[in-house]
Unconditional design. Structure first.
Lengths: 309, 273
Protein backbone atom coordinates (compact mmCIF):
# COMPACT_ATOMS: atom_id res chain seq x y z
CA UNK A 1 0.00 0.00 0.00
CA UNK A 2 2.72 2.43 0.88
CA UNK A 3 5.22 1.16 -1.59
CA UNK A 4 6.44 3.34 -4.40
CA UNK A 5 4.95 2.33 -7.66
CA UNK A 6 7.10 3.56 -10.48
CA UNK A 7 4.46 2.28 -12.90
CA UNK A 8 2.39 5.36 -12.26
CA UNK A 9 5.09 7.73 -13.41
CA UNK A 10 6.15 5.56 -16.33
CA UNK A 11 4.30 6.98 -19.32
CA UNK A 12 6.48 10.04 -19.81
CA UNK A 13 6.22 9.86 -23.59
CA UNK A 14 5.41 13.44 -24.37
CA UNK A 15 7.26 16.09 -22.37
CA UNK A 16 4.68 17.85 -20.30
CA UNK A 17 4.11 21.49 -21.17
CA UNK A 18 5.58 23.83 -18.61
CA UNK A 19 2.92 24.73 -16.20
CA UNK A 20 2.24 28.28 -15.27
CA UNK A 21 2.58 28.54 -11.56
CA UNK A 22 -0.32 30.12 -9.87
CA UNK A 23 0.35 31.87 -6.58
CA UNK A 24 -1.93 29.36 -4.90
CA UNK A 25 0.62 26.68 -5.57
CA UNK A 26 3.15 28.31 -3.28
CA UNK A 27 0.74 29.42 -0.60
CA UNK A 28 -1.09 26.11 -0.40
CA UNK A 29 1.88 23.88 0.53
CA UNK A 30 3.00 26.54 2.96
CA UNK A 31 -0.32 26.30 4.74
CA UNK A 32 -0.36 22.53 4.48
CA UNK A 33 2.91 22.21 6.35
CA UNK A 34 2.32 25.15 8.70
CA UNK A 35 0.90 23.16 11.61
CA UNK A 36 3.60 20.53 11.41
CA UNK A 37 6.21 23.23 11.11
CA UNK A 38 5.05 25.10 14.19
CA UNK A 39 4.89 21.89 16.22
CA UNK A 40 8.31 20.87 14.96
CA UNK A 41 9.76 24.24 15.92
CA UNK A 42 8.13 24.30 19.35
CA UNK A 43 8.56 20.67 20.42
CA UNK A 44 11.73 19.68 18.66
CA UNK A 45 13.96 22.62 17.81
CA UNK A 46 12.79 24.43 20.95
CA UNK A 47 13.66 21.70 23.45
CA UNK A 48 16.87 20.95 21.57
CA UNK A 49 18.24 24.45 21.82
CA UNK A 50 16.80 25.06 25.26
CA UNK A 51 18.41 21.82 26.42
CA UNK A 52 21.72 22.98 25.11
CA UNK A 53 21.35 26.20 27.07
CA UNK A 54 20.17 24.46 30.25
CA UNK A 55 23.13 22.11 30.07
CA UNK A 56 25.32 25.15 30.68
CA UNK A 57 23.35 26.25 33.71
CA UNK A 58 22.41 25.28 37.21
CA UNK A 59 18.63 25.03 37.15
CA UNK A 60 16.22 23.38 39.53
CA UNK A 61 13.03 24.18 37.66
CA UNK A 62 12.13 27.19 39.78
CA UNK A 63 13.67 30.63 39.56
CA UNK A 64 16.13 31.50 36.85
CA UNK A 65 18.78 29.22 35.41
CA UNK A 66 22.20 30.29 36.58
CA UNK A 67 24.92 30.17 33.94
CA UNK A 68 27.83 27.98 35.02
CA UNK A 69 29.62 27.27 31.76
CA UNK A 70 30.83 23.73 31.23
CA UNK A 71 30.71 22.75 34.91
CA UNK A 72 27.90 20.23 34.31
CA UNK A 73 29.92 18.46 31.66
CA UNK A 74 33.01 18.41 33.86
CA UNK A 75 30.98 16.87 36.64
CA UNK A 76 29.46 14.43 34.17
CA UNK A 77 32.78 13.03 33.08
CA UNK A 78 33.56 12.13 36.68
CA UNK A 79 30.10 10.73 37.35
CA UNK A 80 30.30 6.99 37.83
CA UNK A 81 26.58 6.39 37.62
CA UNK A 82 26.52 8.17 34.26
CA UNK A 83 29.19 5.84 32.87
CA UNK A 84 27.48 2.81 34.28
CA UNK A 85 24.17 3.85 32.72
CA UNK A 86 25.79 4.45 29.33
CA UNK A 87 27.64 1.14 29.41
CA UNK A 88 24.53 -0.73 30.49
CA UNK A 89 22.39 0.92 27.83
CA UNK A 90 24.92 0.16 25.12
CA UNK A 91 25.28 -3.41 26.35
CA UNK A 92 21.52 -3.83 26.27
CA UNK A 93 21.36 -2.40 22.75
CA UNK A 94 24.18 -4.57 21.44
CA UNK A 95 22.56 -7.70 22.87
CA UNK A 96 18.91 -6.90 22.21
CA UNK A 97 19.06 -5.68 18.61
CA UNK A 98 20.47 -8.90 17.12
CA UNK A 99 18.10 -11.01 19.23
CA UNK A 100 15.12 -8.92 18.07
CA UNK A 101 16.29 -9.12 14.49
CA UNK A 102 16.76 -12.87 14.41
CA UNK A 103 13.51 -13.56 16.28
CA UNK A 104 11.41 -11.33 14.05
CA UNK A 105 12.98 -12.49 10.79
CA UNK A 106 12.81 -16.14 11.79
CA UNK A 107 9.14 -15.87 12.71
CA UNK A 108 8.37 -13.91 9.55
CA UNK A 109 10.05 -16.62 7.47
CA UNK A 110 8.03 -19.34 9.18
CA UNK A 111 4.86 -17.36 8.65
CA UNK A 112 5.48 -16.77 4.95
CA UNK A 113 6.81 -20.24 4.17
CA UNK A 114 4.49 -22.37 2.11
CA UNK A 115 5.62 -25.45 3.99
CA UNK A 116 4.14 -24.58 7.39
CA UNK A 117 0.62 -24.87 8.74
CA UNK A 118 -1.31 -22.74 11.24
CA UNK A 119 0.14 -19.59 9.75
CA UNK A 120 -2.81 -17.29 10.29
CA UNK A 121 -3.31 -18.37 13.89
CA UNK A 122 0.41 -17.94 14.43
CA UNK A 123 0.34 -14.45 13.02
CA UNK A 124 -2.31 -13.38 15.49
CA UNK A 125 -0.48 -14.93 18.44
CA UNK A 126 2.82 -13.31 17.55
CA UNK A 127 1.10 -10.02 16.99
CA UNK A 128 -0.85 -9.79 20.24
CA UNK A 129 2.07 -8.41 22.31
CA UNK A 130 1.88 -5.29 20.10
CA UNK A 131 -1.40 -4.45 21.81
CA UNK A 132 0.16 -4.61 25.24
CA UNK A 133 1.68 -1.48 26.69
CA UNK A 134 5.30 -1.45 27.88
CA UNK A 135 4.09 -1.11 31.46
CA UNK A 136 1.90 -4.20 31.25
CA UNK A 137 4.67 -6.06 29.43
CA UNK A 138 6.89 -5.29 32.39
CA UNK A 139 4.20 -6.55 34.76
CA UNK A 140 3.72 -9.81 32.83
CA UNK A 141 7.42 -10.63 32.83
CA UNK A 142 7.96 -9.56 36.40
CA UNK A 143 5.19 -11.95 37.34
CA UNK A 144 6.87 -14.81 35.45
CA UNK A 145 10.36 -14.12 36.72
CA UNK A 146 9.68 -13.18 40.33
CA UNK A 147 12.52 -14.59 42.37
CA UNK A 148 10.44 -15.89 45.23
CA UNK A 149 7.05 -16.28 43.66
CA UNK A 150 7.60 -16.52 39.92
CA UNK A 151 6.62 -19.43 37.77
CA UNK A 152 10.07 -19.85 36.23
CA UNK A 153 11.82 -20.45 39.53
CA UNK A 154 9.02 -22.75 40.61
CA UNK A 155 9.48 -24.82 37.46
CA UNK A 156 13.26 -24.84 37.94
CA UNK A 157 12.97 -26.15 41.48
CA UNK A 158 10.38 -28.74 40.46
CA UNK A 159 12.83 -30.27 38.04
CA UNK A 160 15.61 -30.09 40.64
CA UNK A 161 17.49 -27.19 39.16
CA UNK A 162 18.72 -24.32 41.33
CA UNK A 163 16.53 -21.21 41.53
CA UNK A 164 17.97 -18.28 39.65
CA UNK A 165 18.37 -14.75 40.96
CA UNK A 166 16.30 -13.04 38.28
CA UNK A 167 15.93 -9.93 40.40
CA UNK A 168 19.09 -9.69 42.46
CA UNK A 169 21.66 -10.65 39.85
CA UNK A 170 22.19 -7.71 37.52
CA UNK A 171 23.11 -9.79 34.48
CA UNK A 172 20.19 -12.15 34.82
CA UNK A 173 17.90 -9.15 35.32
CA UNK A 174 19.26 -7.69 32.08
CA UNK A 175 18.57 -11.01 30.40
CA UNK A 176 14.95 -10.83 31.48
CA UNK A 177 14.73 -7.29 30.08
CA UNK A 178 16.06 -8.55 26.73
CA UNK A 179 13.57 -11.42 26.71
CA UNK A 180 10.65 -9.17 27.53
CA UNK A 181 11.77 -6.58 24.97
CA UNK A 182 12.03 -9.22 22.26
CA UNK A 183 8.65 -10.61 23.12
CA UNK A 184 7.10 -7.16 22.91
CA UNK A 185 9.01 -5.88 19.90
CA UNK A 186 8.74 -8.86 17.59
CA UNK A 187 5.18 -8.13 16.44
CA UNK A 188 5.84 -4.91 14.59
CA UNK A 189 9.19 -5.96 13.15
CA UNK A 190 7.68 -9.23 12.04
CA UNK A 191 5.04 -7.32 10.06
CA UNK A 192 7.77 -5.31 8.35
CA UNK A 193 9.61 -8.48 7.40
CA UNK A 194 6.45 -10.24 6.24
CA UNK A 195 5.63 -7.30 3.96
CA UNK A 196 9.17 -7.28 2.60
CA UNK A 197 9.27 -11.07 2.11
CA UNK A 198 6.04 -10.95 0.14
CA UNK A 199 7.59 -8.40 -2.19
CA UNK A 200 10.36 -10.79 -3.18
CA UNK A 201 9.40 -12.26 -6.55
CA UNK A 202 8.83 -15.99 -6.18
CA UNK A 203 10.43 -16.56 -9.57
CA UNK A 204 13.88 -15.66 -8.17
CA UNK A 205 13.68 -18.37 -5.56
CA UNK A 206 12.17 -20.91 -7.93
CA UNK A 207 14.85 -20.28 -10.52
CA UNK A 208 17.55 -20.72 -7.88
CA UNK A 209 15.94 -23.94 -6.75
CA UNK A 210 15.91 -25.27 -10.29
CA UNK A 211 19.59 -24.45 -10.51
CA UNK A 212 20.14 -26.63 -7.47
CA UNK A 213 20.61 -23.96 -4.79
CA UNK A 214 20.00 -25.33 -1.32
CA UNK A 215 17.53 -23.71 1.07
CA UNK A 216 20.28 -21.98 3.01
CA UNK A 217 21.93 -20.77 -0.20
CA UNK A 218 18.62 -19.34 -1.36
CA UNK A 219 18.19 -17.60 1.95
CA UNK A 220 21.68 -16.13 2.24
CA UNK A 221 22.21 -15.35 -1.43
CA UNK A 222 18.77 -14.13 -2.46
CA UNK A 223 16.36 -13.45 0.38
CA UNK A 224 18.71 -11.76 2.82
CA UNK A 225 20.29 -9.37 0.28
CA UNK A 226 16.85 -8.40 -0.99
CA UNK A 227 15.74 -7.67 2.56
CA UNK A 228 18.55 -5.20 3.00
CA UNK A 229 16.47 -2.00 3.09
CA UNK A 230 14.10 -3.54 5.63
CA UNK A 231 16.98 -4.92 7.67
CA UNK A 232 18.56 -1.53 7.74
CA UNK A 233 15.34 0.03 8.95
CA UNK A 234 14.83 -2.66 11.59
CA UNK A 235 18.34 -2.34 12.95
CA UNK A 236 18.21 1.46 13.00
CA UNK A 237 14.81 1.59 14.69
CA UNK A 238 15.75 -1.21 17.04
CA UNK A 239 18.91 0.57 18.07
CA UNK A 240 17.14 3.85 18.72
CA UNK A 241 14.36 2.05 20.56
CA UNK A 242 16.81 0.16 22.75
CA UNK A 243 18.82 3.29 23.52
CA UNK A 244 15.71 5.00 24.87
CA UNK A 245 14.23 1.99 26.68
CA UNK A 246 12.47 3.22 29.77
CA UNK A 247 8.81 2.39 30.36
CA UNK A 248 9.03 -1.40 30.26
CA UNK A 249 12.02 -1.49 32.59
CA UNK A 250 10.16 0.78 35.00
CA UNK A 251 7.53 -1.87 35.51
CA UNK A 252 9.82 -4.87 35.13
CA UNK A 253 12.51 -4.14 37.68
CA UNK A 254 12.83 -0.38 37.95
CA UNK A 255 16.41 -0.56 36.64
CA UNK A 256 17.36 -2.89 39.44
CA UNK A 257 18.85 -4.55 41.26
CA UNK A 258 19.66 -1.20 42.85
CA UNK A 259 20.76 1.02 40.02
CA UNK A 260 22.67 -1.68 38.18
CA UNK A 261 20.41 -1.73 35.14
CA UNK A 262 19.50 1.92 35.13
CA UNK A 263 19.46 2.90 31.49
CA UNK A 264 20.33 6.37 30.32
CA UNK A 265 16.79 7.72 29.83
CA UNK A 266 15.93 6.59 33.33
CA UNK A 267 19.02 8.37 34.59
CA UNK A 268 17.91 11.55 32.82
CA UNK A 269 14.47 11.17 34.33
CA UNK A 270 15.85 10.59 37.78
CA UNK A 271 18.27 13.52 37.80
CA UNK A 272 15.95 15.89 35.99
CA UNK A 273 12.66 15.15 37.67
CA UNK A 274 13.23 13.33 40.92
CA UNK A 275 16.26 15.34 41.94
CA UNK A 276 15.24 18.49 40.01
CA UNK A 277 18.69 19.00 38.53
CA UNK A 278 17.42 20.12 35.17
CA UNK A 279 20.71 21.66 34.11
CA UNK A 280 22.65 18.52 34.88
CA UNK A 281 20.04 16.25 33.30
CA UNK A 282 20.15 18.40 30.17
CA UNK A 283 23.89 17.86 29.95
CA UNK A 284 23.25 14.09 30.04
CA UNK A 285 20.61 14.59 27.34
CA UNK A 286 23.06 16.42 25.14
CA UNK A 287 25.62 13.64 25.46
CA UNK A 288 22.96 11.05 24.62
CA UNK A 289 21.91 13.15 21.64
CA UNK A 290 25.45 13.19 20.32
CA UNK A 291 25.66 9.41 20.76
CA UNK A 292 22.41 8.93 18.84
CA UNK A 293 23.54 11.25 16.04
CA UNK A 294 26.76 9.28 15.72
CA UNK A 295 24.84 5.98 15.65
CA UNK A 296 22.45 7.31 13.02
CA UNK A 297 25.30 8.62 10.88
CA UNK A 298 27.20 5.35 11.06
CA UNK A 299 24.14 3.38 10.08
CA UNK A 300 23.25 5.80 7.30
CA UNK A 301 26.65 5.17 5.80
CA UNK A 302 25.68 1.56 5.35
CA UNK A 303 22.50 2.31 3.58
CA UNK A 304 21.60 5.47 1.79
CA UNK A 305 17.92 6.11 1.67
CA UNK A 306 17.18 6.30 -1.98
CA UNK A 307 13.71 7.76 -1.66
CA UNK A 308 14.81 11.01 -0.09
CA UNK A 309 14.37 12.81 -3.39
CA UNK B 1 10.29 -34.44 6.57
CA UNK B 2 7.49 -33.44 4.25
CA UNK B 3 3.97 -34.75 4.05
CA UNK B 4 1.89 -33.32 1.23
CA UNK B 5 4.02 -30.21 0.98
CA UNK B 6 3.95 -29.57 4.71
CA UNK B 7 7.26 -29.54 6.49
CA UNK B 8 6.62 -31.14 9.86
CA UNK B 9 9.71 -29.75 11.54
CA UNK B 10 9.09 -26.18 10.49
CA UNK B 11 5.46 -26.44 11.50
CA UNK B 12 6.48 -27.87 14.86
CA UNK B 13 8.94 -25.03 15.32
CA UNK B 14 6.22 -22.52 14.53
CA UNK B 15 3.86 -24.13 17.01
CA UNK B 16 6.49 -24.22 19.77
CA UNK B 17 7.41 -20.58 19.21
CA UNK B 18 3.78 -19.54 19.18
CA UNK B 19 3.25 -21.43 22.44
CA UNK B 20 6.26 -19.68 23.98
CA UNK B 21 4.88 -16.32 22.90
CA UNK B 22 1.38 -17.04 24.11
CA UNK B 23 2.39 -18.53 27.42
CA UNK B 24 3.33 -15.37 29.38
CA UNK B 25 -0.01 -13.84 28.44
CA UNK B 26 -1.91 -16.96 29.33
CA UNK B 27 -0.17 -17.28 32.69
CA UNK B 28 -0.85 -13.65 33.45
CA UNK B 29 -4.49 -13.90 32.42
CA UNK B 30 -5.15 -17.11 34.35
CA UNK B 31 -3.36 -15.79 37.44
CA UNK B 32 -5.64 -12.78 37.47
CA UNK B 33 -8.55 -15.13 38.20
CA UNK B 34 -6.87 -16.70 41.21
CA UNK B 35 -7.78 -15.58 44.71
CA UNK B 36 -5.01 -13.66 46.47
CA UNK B 37 -4.21 -16.61 48.72
CA UNK B 38 -3.62 -18.92 45.79
CA UNK B 39 -1.28 -16.59 43.87
CA UNK B 40 1.77 -17.53 45.91
CA UNK B 41 0.85 -20.92 47.35
CA UNK B 42 3.11 -23.71 46.15
CA UNK B 43 2.86 -25.78 44.11
CA UNK B 44 1.71 -23.26 41.53
CA UNK B 45 -0.94 -24.50 39.18
CA UNK B 46 -1.67 -23.27 35.73
CA UNK B 47 -5.41 -23.01 36.22
CA UNK B 48 -6.94 -21.41 39.29
CA UNK B 49 -8.18 -24.01 41.78
CA UNK B 50 -11.05 -21.73 42.57
CA UNK B 51 -11.92 -19.17 39.95
CA UNK B 52 -12.68 -15.76 41.31
CA UNK B 53 -13.08 -12.25 40.07
CA UNK B 54 -12.31 -10.74 43.45
CA UNK B 55 -9.10 -9.18 42.14
CA UNK B 56 -11.13 -7.43 39.48
CA UNK B 57 -13.70 -6.25 41.96
CA UNK B 58 -11.05 -4.84 44.27
CA UNK B 59 -9.22 -3.20 41.40
CA UNK B 60 -12.42 -1.74 40.07
CA UNK B 61 -13.50 -0.27 43.40
CA UNK B 62 -10.10 0.90 44.53
CA UNK B 63 -9.26 2.66 41.29
CA UNK B 64 -11.32 5.07 39.39
CA UNK B 65 -11.06 3.16 36.14
CA UNK B 66 -13.80 5.07 34.40
CA UNK B 67 -11.81 8.22 34.88
CA UNK B 68 -8.59 6.66 33.64
CA UNK B 69 -10.35 5.21 30.65
CA UNK B 70 -11.93 8.57 29.93
CA UNK B 71 -8.62 10.42 30.26
CA UNK B 72 -6.67 7.94 28.16
CA UNK B 73 -9.45 7.73 25.59
CA UNK B 74 -9.69 11.51 25.30
CA UNK B 75 -5.97 11.82 24.75
CA UNK B 76 -5.81 8.93 22.30
CA UNK B 77 -8.79 10.03 20.20
CA UNK B 78 -8.01 13.74 20.00
CA UNK B 79 -4.33 13.18 19.29
CA UNK B 80 -5.20 10.62 16.64
CA UNK B 81 -7.58 12.96 14.81
CA UNK B 82 -4.96 15.70 14.72
CA UNK B 83 -2.18 13.30 13.85
CA UNK B 84 -4.05 11.96 10.83
CA UNK B 85 -5.04 15.40 9.60
CA UNK B 86 -1.65 17.04 10.08
CA UNK B 87 0.20 14.04 8.66
CA UNK B 88 -2.06 13.98 5.61
CA UNK B 89 -1.60 17.69 4.92
CA UNK B 90 2.14 17.61 5.44
CA UNK B 91 2.68 14.38 3.53
CA UNK B 92 0.55 15.72 0.70
CA UNK B 93 2.60 18.91 0.49
CA UNK B 94 5.80 16.83 0.37
CA UNK B 95 4.41 14.58 -2.34
CA UNK B 96 2.69 17.01 -4.67
CA UNK B 97 4.57 20.32 -4.47
CA UNK B 98 8.15 21.16 -5.29
CA UNK B 99 10.15 23.77 -3.43
CA UNK B 100 13.52 23.80 -1.72
CA UNK B 101 11.96 24.58 1.65
CA UNK B 102 9.69 21.57 1.38
CA UNK B 103 12.75 19.38 0.78
CA UNK B 104 14.52 20.95 3.72
CA UNK B 105 11.56 20.48 6.04
CA UNK B 106 11.18 16.89 4.93
CA UNK B 107 14.75 16.19 5.98
CA UNK B 108 14.00 17.86 9.32
CA UNK B 109 11.03 15.54 9.81
CA UNK B 110 13.17 12.51 9.03
CA UNK B 111 15.71 13.67 11.58
CA UNK B 112 13.04 13.64 14.29
CA UNK B 113 12.92 9.84 14.02
CA UNK B 114 16.64 9.67 14.68
CA UNK B 115 16.40 11.88 17.74
CA UNK B 116 13.43 10.89 19.85
CA UNK B 117 12.25 13.68 22.12
CA UNK B 118 12.43 11.40 25.16
CA UNK B 119 16.08 12.16 24.95
CA UNK B 120 15.59 15.84 25.65
CA UNK B 121 12.74 15.52 28.10
CA UNK B 122 13.95 18.00 30.72
CA UNK B 123 13.79 20.91 28.28
CA UNK B 124 10.66 19.61 26.57
CA UNK B 125 9.08 19.58 29.99
CA UNK B 126 10.14 23.19 30.54
CA UNK B 127 8.49 24.19 27.26
CA UNK B 128 5.27 22.36 28.04
CA UNK B 129 5.22 24.09 31.43
CA UNK B 130 5.93 27.54 30.01
CA UNK B 131 3.11 27.11 27.50
CA UNK B 132 0.80 26.59 30.47
CA UNK B 133 0.11 22.97 29.53
CA UNK B 134 1.54 21.37 32.67
CA UNK B 135 -0.85 19.02 34.41
CA UNK B 136 -3.39 19.14 31.60
CA UNK B 137 -4.32 16.54 29.03
CA UNK B 138 -3.48 19.09 26.33
CA UNK B 139 0.11 18.88 27.53
CA UNK B 140 0.21 15.27 26.34
CA UNK B 141 -1.82 15.83 23.20
CA UNK B 142 -0.09 18.78 21.55
CA UNK B 143 3.51 17.54 21.62
CA UNK B 144 2.46 14.11 20.32
CA UNK B 145 0.68 15.30 17.18
CA UNK B 146 3.49 15.24 14.68
CA UNK B 147 4.97 11.89 13.86
CA UNK B 148 7.45 11.28 11.10
CA UNK B 149 5.85 7.88 10.52
CA UNK B 150 2.48 9.37 9.68
CA UNK B 151 3.90 12.09 7.45
CA UNK B 152 6.07 9.57 5.68
CA UNK B 153 3.21 7.13 5.14
CA UNK B 154 1.05 9.81 3.54
CA UNK B 155 3.90 11.17 1.46
CA UNK B 156 4.62 7.73 0.04
CA UNK B 157 0.97 7.17 -0.65
CA UNK B 158 0.28 10.48 -2.35
CA UNK B 159 3.30 9.98 -4.55
CA UNK B 160 1.53 7.01 -6.09
CA UNK B 161 -1.53 9.13 -6.90
CA UNK B 162 -1.14 10.37 -10.50
CA UNK B 163 -0.35 14.07 -10.82
CA UNK B 164 -2.82 14.19 -13.70
CA UNK B 165 -5.63 13.94 -11.23
CA UNK B 166 -4.52 17.12 -9.54
CA UNK B 167 -3.85 18.81 -12.89
CA UNK B 168 -7.33 17.98 -14.07
CA UNK B 169 -8.84 19.39 -10.93
CA UNK B 170 -6.83 22.58 -11.34
CA UNK B 171 -7.94 22.95 -14.94
CA UNK B 172 -11.51 22.59 -13.76
CA UNK B 173 -10.84 25.54 -11.50
CA UNK B 174 -10.79 23.57 -8.27
CA UNK B 175 -8.70 25.39 -5.65
CA UNK B 176 -5.72 23.79 -3.98
CA UNK B 177 -7.50 23.26 -0.69
CA UNK B 178 -10.65 21.86 -2.15
CA UNK B 179 -8.55 19.54 -4.29
CA UNK B 180 -6.92 18.25 -1.13
CA UNK B 181 -9.95 17.93 1.09
CA UNK B 182 -12.45 16.72 -1.47
CA UNK B 183 -10.35 14.66 -3.85
CA UNK B 184 -7.05 13.62 -2.28
CA UNK B 185 -7.98 13.06 1.34
CA UNK B 186 -10.85 10.67 0.50
CA UNK B 187 -8.52 8.66 -1.76
CA UNK B 188 -6.07 8.27 1.08
CA UNK B 189 -8.59 6.70 3.42
CA UNK B 190 -6.79 3.34 3.73
CA UNK B 191 -3.66 5.10 4.92
CA UNK B 192 -5.67 7.26 7.28
CA UNK B 193 -7.20 4.15 8.85
CA UNK B 194 -3.85 2.44 9.34
CA UNK B 195 -2.27 5.55 10.80
CA UNK B 196 -5.28 6.11 13.05
CA UNK B 197 -4.96 2.60 14.48
CA UNK B 198 -1.25 3.02 15.03
CA UNK B 199 -1.61 6.43 16.56
CA UNK B 200 -4.32 5.20 18.89
CA UNK B 201 -2.09 2.37 20.06
CA UNK B 202 0.89 4.68 20.61
CA UNK B 203 -1.17 7.09 22.66
CA UNK B 204 -3.12 4.50 24.60
CA UNK B 205 0.11 2.85 25.71
CA UNK B 206 2.14 6.02 26.09
CA UNK B 207 3.98 6.33 29.34
CA UNK B 208 6.72 8.88 29.41
CA UNK B 209 4.81 12.10 28.58
CA UNK B 210 1.88 11.45 30.87
CA UNK B 211 4.39 10.60 33.60
CA UNK B 212 6.16 13.91 33.20
CA UNK B 213 3.25 16.19 32.39
CA UNK B 214 0.52 14.96 34.73
CA UNK B 215 0.63 15.54 38.43
CA UNK B 216 -2.98 15.41 39.53
CA UNK B 217 -4.17 11.79 40.06
CA UNK B 218 -7.53 12.81 38.63
CA UNK B 219 -5.87 13.36 35.29
CA UNK B 220 -3.83 10.16 35.29
CA UNK B 221 -3.92 7.96 32.25
CA UNK B 222 -4.18 4.19 32.61
CA UNK B 223 -0.47 3.57 32.25
CA UNK B 224 0.40 6.03 35.00
CA UNK B 225 -2.25 4.55 37.25
CA UNK B 226 -0.83 1.07 36.65
CA UNK B 227 2.63 2.35 37.34
CA UNK B 228 1.47 3.66 40.70
CA UNK B 229 0.47 0.09 41.62
CA UNK B 230 3.75 -1.45 40.38
CA UNK B 231 5.78 1.27 42.03
CA UNK B 232 4.38 0.62 45.48
CA UNK B 233 6.76 -0.84 48.06
CA UNK B 234 4.51 -3.80 48.52
CA UNK B 235 2.95 -4.73 45.22
CA UNK B 236 -0.63 -5.94 45.53
CA UNK B 237 -0.34 -8.54 42.78
CA UNK B 238 -3.96 -9.54 42.85
CA UNK B 239 -5.01 -5.97 42.07
CA UNK B 240 -2.11 -5.35 39.71
CA UNK B 241 -2.85 -8.36 37.52
CA UNK B 242 -6.53 -7.58 37.24
CA UNK B 243 -5.96 -3.89 36.64
CA UNK B 244 -3.46 -4.69 33.90
CA UNK B 245 -5.92 -7.00 32.21
CA UNK B 246 -8.62 -4.35 32.38
CA UNK B 247 -6.32 -1.80 30.78
CA UNK B 248 -5.83 -4.10 27.77
CA UNK B 249 -9.51 -4.52 26.93
CA UNK B 250 -9.90 -1.50 24.63
CA UNK B 251 -6.83 -2.41 22.58
CA UNK B 252 -8.08 -5.97 22.22
CA UNK B 253 -11.45 -4.73 20.99
CA UNK B 254 -9.72 -2.38 18.56
CA UNK B 255 -7.63 -5.26 17.29
CA UNK B 256 -10.63 -7.51 16.78
CA UNK B 257 -12.42 -4.83 14.80
CA UNK B 258 -9.48 -3.76 12.67
CA UNK B 259 -7.52 -6.99 12.52
CA UNK B 260 -7.58 -7.12 8.75
CA UNK B 261 -6.32 -3.56 8.31
CA UNK B 262 -3.61 -3.97 10.93
CA UNK B 263 -2.25 -7.28 9.73
CA UNK B 264 -2.28 -6.41 6.06
CA UNK B 265 -0.85 -2.96 6.59
CA UNK B 266 2.07 -2.93 4.25
CA UNK B 267 4.07 -0.69 6.49
CA UNK B 268 7.29 -0.84 4.60
CA UNK B 269 7.75 2.87 5.08
CA UNK B 270 8.55 1.31 8.37
CA UNK B 271 9.22 4.16 10.73
CA UNK B 272 8.03 3.47 14.19
CA UNK B 273 7.09 6.15 16.63
Amino acid sequence: MVQDSPAVAAPAAAPRPRRIRRPGQTVAPLLFISVAFVLFAVFFVGPGSLGMYYSLTEYTGVGDPEFIGLANYEKLFGDEQFYRSIVRTVLYTVLAVPVHYVAALGIALLLTSAATRFRSAGRVIFFVPWLISPIVTGVIWRWMFGENFGLINFVLTSINLPRQQWETNGDLALGVVILAGTWAGTAFTMLLFIAALRNIPKSYLEAAQLDGASASQRFFRITLPLLRPTSFMVVLLGTLGAMKEFAMVQALNGGGPGTENMFIVQYIYQTGFQRAQIGYASAVSMVLMVILIVIALIQMRFDRREDLS
Amino acid sequence: MRIRGVNIWLTALLVVLAALFAFPMLWFLLSSFKPGSELFSLPLSLFPKSWTSSGYETAWTRFDFWRYFANTGTVAVITTVFTVLVSAMTGYAFAKYKAWWLQAFFVCILITTMLPTEVIMPSTFAIIRDLGLYNSLAGIIVPSIITATGIFMFRQYFRTVPDELLEAARIDGVGEFRAFFQIMLPIAKPIAVVLAIFSFQWRWNDYIWPLIVLNDPNKYTLQIALRSIVGADNIDWSVLLSASVISLIPMVILFIIFQRQIMSADINSGLKD
